[in-house]
Design a protein around this ligand. Structure first.
Ligand SMILES: [Zn+2]
Length: 401
């Protein structure tokens, strides 16, 4: 009996120790559509999925663009809440345009608490080898370790650095590490999701992920949970289906516009009246044979777009294979893009495996806003701010003590 009690006590203290020491490596493969694992034969990623849990799909937030989605993954909030409402947008209050990465120069674009700062505030070191806006001094600080974004940085160097960070002495070692690969998305845009060039990119990243997984399990002296995600999927687009933005009847002295390819955003200038907006709205509605539609107030609300200076007064939207373009005809190409309303082609991946993961769990499609509370739980962090994500969604994935 006595021996049993001592054993039980030891077991409890071991589990507590393990939970405190678990690490999370969060890797984003930009533009990796949910079905690329099979379609482009990602053997290593598939093996990780088989040793852990793979969701049927990861549903992006609206719009299904890179910056809003990467921020939702690391903040648990919808874009209207974290502030990065598209890759490019206008703010009527600031009378300024935001472009991808502007938070690095001016972090007041972001109104949120990313997972790396949640960790740092609770004494857990964080490291980012790229993640959109991870270099921004949000809440007055950055991760302990980070790099300024530079696309040509060799992908293998990223893997090597992630492993090196996790092998640092305990006092300075990060327990939340992010990594990011852009090549699958780049090839998807240029050639479309079915192209052999995309297969080549998937094969390249799959090899790196296989290497990372092997090294995490053989070289790192700490339990590490790997989370593989993508920000969105990819749909085919056609050059002959492009809508010329110059053809839209917009008076530029009354409106600011932002072309984000899958949607066209129109913002009233300070002296523009409600009547001007209504007149433009009805002109657009009445355009013959248009390949776009106007988003209704209800539709935007259902997409979690809330009132505010970053919400356009009019949003024009398209469906694949149509997009908006301001390029001359000789510079338009068939290819791929994302940013459309959520549908199966816009789904990304979510795969997780590691000592803290209950591999017998199954997972349907879910929204990426639920990943943040899941990571916080794995790291033993308390949430410090209200979020949109729900910790109950991924709770079954966490191995119980
Ligand atoms: Zn992306």
């Amino acid at each position: 009996m006595k021996r049993f009690c001592v054993a039980a006590l030891l077991l409890v203290s071991t589990i507590t120790f393990a939970k405190e020491q678990q690490a999370v490596v969060l890797i984003s493969i930009d533009g990796f559509r949910h079905d690329y694992v099979e379609k482009h034969d990602a053997k290593n990623i598939n093996a990780i999925a088989e040793s852990g849990v793979r969701a049927e799909g990861l549903i992006p937030v609206y719009p299904s663009k890179t910056f809003p989605n990467h921020l939702s993954i690391v903040t648990g909030q919808y874009p209207s809440q974290h502030g990065i409402v598209d890759n490019n947008f206008f703010d009527k209050e600031r009378q300024q345009r935001y472009s991808m990465g502007d938070g690095v120069e001016d972090s007041s674009w972001l109104t949120t608490l990313p997972i790396w700062n949640l960790a740092e505030f609770q004494g857990v070191k964080a490291a980012t080898f790229f993640w959109p806006e991870s270099e921004a001094r949000i809440n007055g600080r950055t991760p302990s370790y980070y790099y300024h974004y530079n696309t040509p940085t060799p992908n293998r160097q990223r893997v090597n650095q992630i492993i090196d960070w996790l092998k640092l002495p305990e006092a300075v070692r990060p327990r939340i590490v992010t990594g990011y690969f852009s090549v699958v998305d780049s090839m998807g845009h240029r050639f479309g999701p079915d192209a052999h060039q995309v297969k080549g990119a998937v094969q390249h990243v799959d090899e790196l992920i296989g290497e990372l997984w092997h090294r995490l399990n053989t070289e790192v002296d700490m339990p590490v949970n790997l989370i593989l995600v993508s920000d969105h999927g990819m749909a085919s687009i056609k050059a002959d289906q492009m809508i010329e933005t110059q053809s839209l009847p917009i008076n530029e002295s009354l409106f600011e516009t932002v072309n984000s390819q899958t949607r066209f955003m129109i913002y009233a200038k300070p002296d523009t009246t409600e009547q001007h907006i209504e007149q433009l709205r009805s002109k657009l509605e009445q355009m013959p044979q248009k390949r776009f539609y106007l988003e209704s107030e209800q539709s935007l609300a259902a997409l979690a777009v809330t009132e505010g200076p970053r919400r356009p007064d009019i949003v024009l939207a398209t469906k694949a294979p149509a997009t908006f373009t301001d390029r001359p005809p000789e510079k338009r190409f068939d290819g791929g893009t994302h940013g459309f309303h959520s549908n199966r082609d816009m789904d990304g991946i979510f795969i997780t495996a590691g000592p803290g993961i209950n591999a017998s769990a199954t997972l349907e499609r879910f929204s990426n806003i639920h990943i943040y509370p899941f990571m916080a739980e794995l790291l033993g962090l308390e949430l410090m701010t209200p979020i949109d994500g729900d910790s109950a969604v991924l709770a079954p994935l966490i191995k119980s003590d």
